[in-house]
Design a protein around this ligand. Structure first.
Ligand code: MG
Length: 382
């Protein structure tokens, strides 16, 4: 039996994780839940899974939740950063699923690691911002970080039973998003609705926009650098529109291991929570006869400069990855509010990265300061 704290339970990853818990009550028990916005869904989750600890983002949401629960038997409602820290370090939990969106996941991630919890990490922004600090802390506290990202879960699974010294190349696959075949001339006409219409994966808004810009793949390169202790030169991004191969690992003898499955996040979430045990998820295998072919393409960095941002951030390191991530988050937020165009996202990230005075080997406060600086810069231009 695994005891879970789920941070970000009402998002796409959080709800899928609870679907898994629902079909395997013999395997998991939910001890703590946190959510930021969807109080209606959150109150239903609390009723169903009966966690001992719940936390929301602020006092106002705490009141809203208290009203939604109508005084039914429930745990105390915590709010703010302190509440998230309590959930991340809750004594009765042995595993923390970090499924919050964006930079907000950084402090709870560190708190969970310092509390020696097993960590299932869905929040890639955390590793992009502070990968060196997080991996060093994980090592120091003897904490294993299980990737929830489908590509990184695939790489992790492919590496199992092999020696990391034999690894030569990581083939990081990408669906290519909804604009894979769109001409650059028509990028200026892309609407929010177009960008939210992902061809293969069903995900939250922020990551869906990141997939449309390929910023998701940019963040995933940096995530892989930290998780698997490789350089960005050892990672090759390949566009694979069918999203059946979730990623591959090439070894020095020329052999390649691929992990495949339906494009459904439940597989990766479940493996992160229960691996090496594999739970029955009642999922069909891909129908290879129907699919007929799996195709692979080279990414186009002229239309999607995101991969070049990743290379620059990996080359320069220091505070630059955090700045790139924060500029992206602020730009995506403005795009979701229809305040900027699709192409502005690239322009704002590029401009912010160019203007930043990088600091080498920053500590946590240096990273948080750089993150704040980048958000303010983007806001001042919008
Ligand atoms: Mg992914």
């Amino acid at each position: 039996m695994k005891h879970l704290s789920i941070l970000g339970s009402t998002g796409s990853i959080g709800t899928s994780a609870l679907d898994i818990v629902r079909i395997h009550p013999d395997f998991f028990q939910v001890k703590a839940l946190t959510a930021a916005n969807n109080i209606d869904l959150f109150s239903k989750q609390i009723d169903e899974f009966e966690p001992e600890l719940v936390a929301v983002i602020d006092e106002e949401k705490a009141l809203e939740l208290s009203r939604a629960l109508k005084g039914r038997c429930r745990p105390e409602i915590l709010s703010g950063e302190a509440g998230y820290m309590e959930a991340a370090s809750y004594a009765d939990s042995d595993m923390v699923l970090l499924a919050m969106v964006g930079a907000a996941g950084l402090k709870p991630a560190i708190c969970a690691i310092e509390s020696k919890k097993q960590v299932a990490l869905a929040n890639k922004e955390t590793l992009v911002m502070a990968g060196e600090i997080i991996m060093a802390k994980a090592l120091e506290n003897n904490v294993s970080i299980m990737p929830v990202d489908s590509e990184h879960s695939a790489i992790y699974q492919c590496l199992k039973g092999n020696q990391s010294k034999d690894l030569k190349t990581i083939f990081l696959t990408a669906s290519g998003g909804p604009f894979r075949q769109k001409s650059f001339d028509s990028f200026k006409d892309i609407t929010l609705k177009d960008a939210l219409d992902h061809p293969t994966w069903n995900m939250g808004h922020k990551i869906t926009i990141d997939s449309a810009t390929l910023m998701n793949k940019c963040l995933e390169i940096i995530e892989a650098v930290h998780l698997f202790d490789v350089t960005h030169e050892e990672i090759q991004v390949i566009i694979h529109p069918q999203s059946i191969v979730h990623s591959m690992v090439g070894f020095k003898d020329g052999s390649i291991m691929a992990q495949m499955g339906q494009p459904d996040m439940k597989g990766a979430i479940s493996y992160a929570l229960s691996g090496p045990d594999r739970l029955d998820l009642q999922m069909d295998f891909p129908d290879f006869i129907k699919l007929q072919s799996l195709t692979f393409e080279k990414p186009d960095t002229k239309r999607f400069p995101s991969l070049l941002f990743a290379l620059e951030a990996c080359r320069q390191k220091g505070t630059l990855p955090a700045v790139m991530n924060a500029a992206n988050e602020a730009a995506v937020c403005a795009f979701l509010e229809k305040r900027i165009d699709f192409l502005d996202i690239f322009k704002l990230i590029s401009k912010t990265m160019e203007l930043h005075t990088r600091i080498d080997n920053p500590d946590l406060s240096g990273i948080i300061e750089a993150d704040y600086w980048a958000r303010e810069k983007v806001k001042s231009w919008i």
